[in-house]
Write a protein that binds this ligand. Structure first.
Ligand code: HEM
Length: 443
């Protein structure tokens, strides 16, 4: 029997507990599943790997309507891949999986490292920096350059700040959220103009559309987005192509949060700082350690590099996406109980990443746990579960891992000082960040 919470609405409990909301109720009730009303809708709350597997069953839990509009409008947005199912989703998802493979992740990480190196003299003369803000800027610039978009320094910095603000305010309501949505409009106008000018410069005779700008043996991501064909054969309309371009750029900027938590972890675990500082010699080339993401092969823990184990543990421990939700496309059963089509079902990602049945001593930061735990498609879920090609799992895991690894190694070598600051993480705030924004002293 799945317990039911009778509160008129669980929104106050959600606001009070944030990331720990589902887990706290599950622990209290001695269960991995309960039902209750959230924001006016009956919801089935679940945690654990089996639940992640259920909510990521392709086609079973479409996302539209399951999350508050305030979050959707700042994140994926209308018409995006996340709102699609079936053949339409499969085809649109290919756009992302074709661009987010380990080779492209490596190219992006190279650009990030270049930006990091270029920022060093400025940081040194500033003395102290708020590292999270700097990471947003570097990632935004790297993302725009990676995509093959031509923009001057001012535009790159402005777009980086706007993309960072969308992530920052996705979990907020009221004026801060509205202000971020207003800023998003400016970013969207820019993205539309990028798509439109890319299309104007495409070579009509080339088989799959190549802009005048050369790139060895591959197409620029912006060209790929601008020329992506719908199942009908036509191009994406300009607004949707702009939304998908932002769905490539914005989450790259969002990696700033993992990188900020990585900086804190390095400071707290000096032996990891030493190990990563020594990783891979001194040149850029030797830093490259990126393989395919580790999920889904069942033996992920074996033979991972130090940088990869560290990055995976940063992803596991960082509070980022608390949960994901979908509305059931048809009736389904869970633990012997039957639920009708339309049931909102929410799976606890944060709680699953901290489930003691999978992760011994889950609050401890221990990258070596990846030598012991068999990672599969559903137990390490900071970026969703299941199969990225078939379902809604994030296509950007290789990129995320490559960026965390590269940032961690660069920081370990830099050895910045941590001045006294408030590194408290408020788990009621979505998305979370250490309170100070991670101040580093480079003087
Ligand atoms: C989907 C998290 C980085 C692009 C998702 C989902 C999560 C997630 C939890 C699943 C949403 C759902 O099930 O409805 C994250 C986090 C990231 C990150 C925490 C690191 C900061 C990236 C990157 C990209 C990306 C670098 C760029 C390729 C997407 C897209 C989807 C998605 C397009 C929608 C997939 C679909 O609906 O099929 N992400 N992501 N993400 N992510 Fe990421």
């Amino acid at each position: 029997m799945i317990p039911h919470l009778r509160a008129p609405d669980l929104a106050p409990s959600f606001l009070a507990r944030g990331y720990t909301f589902i887990g706290w109720h599950c622990d209290r009730l001695g269960t991995d599943a309960f039902t209750g009303r959230l924001l006016g809708r009956q919801t089935l709350f679940l945690r654990g790997a089996a639940a992640a597997d259920l909510v990521y069953t392709p086609g079973l839990f479409p996302r539209p309507g399951a999350l508050p509009r305030s979050a959707v409008l700042l994140l994926q947005d209308r018409g995006s891949v996340q709102t699609l199912e079936g053949e339409e989703h499969r085809r649109r998802k290919l756009l992302f999986t074709s661009l987010a493979h380990p080779g492209e992740a490596e190219r992006l990480a190279d650009l990030f490292e270049e930006e990091f190196t270029a920022a060093l003299p400025v940081w040194r003369s500033a003395g102290r920096i708020r590292f999270h803000d700097e990471a947003v800027r570097l990632l935004g610039r790297a993302a725009i350059r990676w995509a093959g978009i031509q923009a001057d320094d001012r535009v790159m910095d402005q777009r980086a700040a706007e993309l960072g603000s969308m992530v920052e305010h996705a979990g907020s309501i009221g004026p801060p959220n509205w202000a971020a949505r207003l800023r998003r409009r400016r970013t969207e106008l820019w993205a539309r103009s990028v798509i439109s000018s890319t299309r104007q410069h495409l070579d009509a005779d080339a088989p799959d559309g190549v802009s005048g700008r050369a790139r060895d043996g591959a197409r620029w991501p912006v060209d790929v987005v601008a020329t992506h064909a719908e199942p009908s054969g036509g191009l994406l309309d300009e607004a949707t192509a702009a939304v998908e371009l932002l769905n490539l750029l914005r989450p790259i900027v969002a990696v700033s949060r993992f990188i900020a938590f990585a900086a804190v972890a390095l400071d707290a675990h000096p032996h990891w700082k030493r190990m990563l500082a020594e990783a891979g010699g001194t040149g850029n080339v030797e830093l490259k350690s990126v393989a395919a993401p580790s999920h889904g092969d069942g033996v992920a823990g074996e033979g991972l590099s130090d940088a990869r184990r560290f990055a995976e543990e940063v992803r596991r421990t960082t509070p980022f996406f608390p949960a994901v939700a979908g509305l059931a496309a048809r009736d389904f059963e869970w633990e012997g109980a039957r639920f009708p089509a339309g049931t909102r079902t929410m799976v606890d990602l944060y709680g699953t990443n901290h489930d003691p049945r999978i992760w011994a001593d889950p609050r401890a930061f221990d990258p070596d746990r990846f030598e012991r735990v068999r990672v599969n498609a559903d137990n390490l879920v900071p970026q969703g579960a299941g199969d990225a090609g078939a379902g809604h799992r994030c296509p950007g895991e290789a990129m995320t891992l490559a960026l965390i690894e590269r940032a961690a190694v660069a920081l370990a070598r830099l050895e910045p000082a941590f001045p006294a600051q408030d590194l408290t993480v408020d788990l009621r705030r979505l998305p979370a960040l250490p309170a100070s924004g991670v101040i580093l002293d480079l003087s």
